[in-house]
Design a protein around this ligand. Structure first.
Ligand SMILES: Nc1ncnc2c1ncn2[C@@H]1O[C@H](COP(=O)(O)OP(=O)(O)OP(=O)(O)O)[C@@H](O)[C@H]1O
Ligand SMILES: [Mg+2]
Length: 292
């Protein structure tokens, strides 16, 4: 891994690349990537947002896979170095209630991930009867928030207990949304869930924004209908950056690399880099200059 957590951030701050002014507490920021609809690009967004924050913004980033499909680790398999002593399941079940025990390094400076965990569905069922079951991840993240500048959570395609743990642990939620009516209905359900969390726990993550993903720019009429519906409902919360359909993204996934590594000049790489810039600017409330 890089040259040590705060050190890289401090170096970036000294260089004027980033000014960390969000809370001054020295605690990492947690962003959940969540959407109820399957296949909208949650994992692709989580992987590339994490990678660009590490690679182009010099942040120490942890990417946490909360989905038993294990797509984070498979998307990054050419970059992963080592094996973690614990899994997210064993952390949530309390065997070692510290998420950093489930962390493995990658050869991308500043980026670490949790390994694939095929038992997560079983774990979710096992946790169903526990008191405080929605708070397990939040509690397990204390050390991770000190070690990492940003923790990104890739949530599964449902609003089950693992997603709830992600939303309760997160400070912000980013919602990938393709330009389909089903995706939009899923966003409504997720927003309802955030309101329920607020009622239950007195807090819920702030909406970082909706990001349009897998945009096929040829479908002009359908795109503009959905865009209008999204803008009507969520005005002011739709990010400017959007991710177009780009086969280089699925190609990169096929070889287990980020698009920044596999096809750095592809449109998908530019789109995700722009998204990273916008997210950093929002999170740090100041224009951040890419350090690369
Ligand atoms: N912008 C894009 N252009 C082309 N292909 C994409 C794009 N975004 C995602 N894909 C491909 O679509 C598929 C689904 O993407 P991804 O796994 O990121 O979605 P997801 O929302 O995480 O799915 P799930 O709900 O199953 O977790 C993958 O094969 C991915 O490579
Ligand atoms: Mg996924």
């Amino acid at each position: 891994m890089g040259i040590g957590l705060g050190a890289r951030l401090r170096k970036a701050v000294e260089k004027g690349a980033l000014r960390r002014i969000n809370n001054g507490s020295g605690k990492g920021i947690c962003v959940a990537i969540a959407a109820q609809k399957g296949g909208v690009g949650k994992t692709t967004t989580a992987v590339h947002l994490a990678a660009t924050l590490a690679e182009h913004h010099q942040l120490e980033v942890l990417l946490v896979d909360l989905d038993n499909q294990g797509h984070v680790a498979s998307s990054l398999r050419s970059h992963v170095r080592g094996i973690a002593p614990q899994t997210v399941s064993s952390v949530l079940l309390g065997r070692d209630p510290d998420l950093t025990a489930a962390v493995v390094a990658t050869n991308i400076e500043g980026l670490s991930i949790t390994s694939a965990d095929r038992n997560l569905s079983q774990t979710e069922a096992q946790l169903a009867g526990r008191i405080g079951r929605e708070l397990l991840l939040k509690r397990a993240m204390v050390a991770a928030r000190h070690r990492f500048d940003v923790v990104i959570l890739d949530c599964p395609p449902n609003l089950g207990l693992l997603t709830l743990n992600g939303l309760v642990a997160a400070d912000h939620v980013l919602i990938p949304c393709d330009l389909s009516i089903l995706s939009l209905e899923g966003v409504d359900d997720l927003i309802d869930t955030l309101q329920n969390l607020d009622a239950m726990f007195g807090r819920s993550p702030e909406l970082l924004g909706l990001v349009h993903t897998r945009v096929d720019r040829r479908n002009k009429r359908q795109n503009s209908t959905i865009r209008r519906a999204v803008a009507d409902r969520y005005q002011g919360h739709v990010l400017q950056s959007e991710i177009g359909v780009n086969t280089a993204l699925s190609g990169a996934q096929l070889v287990g690399k980020t698009i920044f590594n596999a096809s750095p000049s592809a449109k998908g790489a530019q789109d995700y880099r722009a998204l990273g810039d916008e997210v950093v600017a929002q999170l740090w409330k100041e224009r951040a200059v890419s350090a690369a």
